[in-house]
Unconditional design. Structure first.
Length: 464
């Protein structure tokens, strides 16, 4: 079993402790007994949840926040070199540990399942965590989103399985050595770190090379990039490769996905037997995520029928087609989708569940680099909605790129026949949506930035 706290991580200081990935590692260390401290740019519910576990959380970044007895400083790729706490660590000779190295050390002595892919990681990791817990296996997990409340993105469990989201964006998933790896899809994204599709393939090949001998790769049989990757790693004979999907040659074949409102029923053929189970989120995309989770659990020796039943316990994760509420006969749903493939999948899922109702979207592009490379495809995806409002680009960690604005997306959307308008003032969006929506409509707030904050405001405006 894993040690209570890895060596040198008994008094860690996290820079950006409120982030999705960072807060999860901090939570697990706190639950294992470490004296956790850290800082974040602003106050949040996540910071409050960490304090409840005994962590010290400072708001703002300053050299003085770094305790004299800190054993290490944990950073993500988003932390800039001029951060005062990082500079203080260098001056004092305190070891700096990347988030991925910290997570890898938390998996030592356990049976890790690492979930990778350009999209769907958070949902699939969540499905596994919830279903394994429902079976009484007490897994540890680290997820890129909250299950049911602030701080619910991670847990230290007493069982032997550790389920982790494996991030390809900065190649940090090369640090893990999973017993089972899931690869949902392979597409070009994270343009600041990858210059070509060839670099993406090479990165995923390295990840596959990290699977423990005797372990299993679970990979999509449907997605073109995943199939190409499977061909590229076919020479590795010390692991089992299990494919899943609708393709006739899939090892775990999806035979049917029946929509059931905001849920689905999926039938698969596994080891020569048909198995039907419920998935409490809409759309084929999420049903396939559940099948990937099923295949991974079976690879660890969990009976398929038990796991299939437990997968029905999953009711979603925050920001993944999360119903925020209903007012004036209008449902407001939050979507984290920010890549064209994700946008298309979520819009198709909602369209299938809408039963003839109109689908309205408030979309916030995420990152200048992504918009530069994929803005046209984002606009084409918005053509699946009945009408859209497009906000300014959410920069996150990036500086502006001259000439790259939301206009790229709006022009592409209009060229695809979409009804779309620009809105530069987020405060005006609730009034704009209230003027567009009518009873029976579905409204999606979509994007990886602070567009998620608009859901409650839209509901309040619709109520009034």
């Amino acid at each position: 079993m894993a040690p209570a706290v890895p060596t040198t991580m008994d008094r860690p200081h996290f820079i950006g402790i409120g982030g999705a990935g960072m807060s999860g590692i901090a939570k697990i260390l706190a639950q294992r007994g470490a004296a956790v401290a850290g800082s974040d740019a602003k106050e949040s519910a996540t910071a409050g949840a960490l304090r409840e576990l005994g962590a010290t959380v400072h708001i703002g970044h300053a050299a003085g926040h770094l305790a004299e007895d800190a054993s290490c400083v944990v950073v993500s790729s988003a932390i800039r070199a001029d951060n005062p706490e990082l500079a203080a660590a260098a001056e004092r000779g305190i070891p700096v540990v990347h988030r991925s190295d910290a997570l890898a050390r938390l998996m030592d002595g356990l049976r890790p399942i690492a979930v990778a892919g350009t999209h769907g990681k958070t949902t699939t990791t969540s499905m596994l965590a919830v279903s394994l817990d429902a079976l009484g296996l007490q897994p540890s997990y680290a997820i890129g989103g909250d299950l049911d409340g602030p701080g619910s993105n991670a847990r230290h469990g007493s069982g032997e399985i550790f389920v982790a989201e494996a991030d390809e964006s900065d190649r940090s998933f090369h640090k893990y050595a999973p017993e089972v790896a899931i690869i949902l899809n392979v597409e070009l994204d994270h343009h600041a770190n990858y210059a070509s599709m060839e670099e993406i393939y090479e990165s995923f090949e390295t990840f596959v090379g990290r699977i423990r001998p005797g372990g299993t790769l679970v990979v999509s049989a449907d997605q073109a990039g995943a199939r190409e990757l499977t061909e590229r790693v076919s020479g590795r004979h010390d692991i089992e490769v299990v494919t899943y999907g609708e393709a006739e040659d899939a090892d775990v074949r999806v035979l049917k996905v029946n929509p059931r409102g905001l849920a689905s029923e999926v039938t698969v053929l596994l080891n020569g037997k048909m198995l039907t189970f419920a998935v409490s989120v809409p759309g084929s995309h999420y049903a396939h995520n559940a099948v990937a989770a099923l295949a991974a659990g079976v690879a660890l020796g969990i009976p398929a029928h038990n796991l299939a039943s437990a997968l029905g316990k999953y009711t979603g994760v925050k920001r993944r087609l999360q119903l925020k509420g209903e007012a004036g006969g209008v449902q407001v749903i939050d979507s984290y989708a920010h890549h064209p493939t994700e946008m298309t999948a979520d819009l198709e899922a909602i369209r299938g569940a809408a039963d003839g109702s109109r689908v309205l979207v408030v979309f916030q592009p995420h990152l200048f680099s992504r918009t530069q490379e994929l803005g046209t495809e984002m606009g084409q995806a918005l053509a699946l909605a009945d009408a859209s409002v497009v906000l300014d680009i959410y920069p996150a960690r990036e500086d502006p790129i001259p000439g790259i604005t939301s206009a790229l997306i709006i022009d592409a959307a209009e060229s695809s026949g979409a009804q779309v308008r620009a809105e530069h003032d987020m405060a005006a969006v609730p009034d704009v949506v209230a003027g567009m929506a009518r009873p029976g409509d579905l409204v999606l707030t979509m994007g990886a930035g602070d567009v998620t904050d608009l859901g409650p405001r839209i509901l309040a405006r619709l109520e009034s």
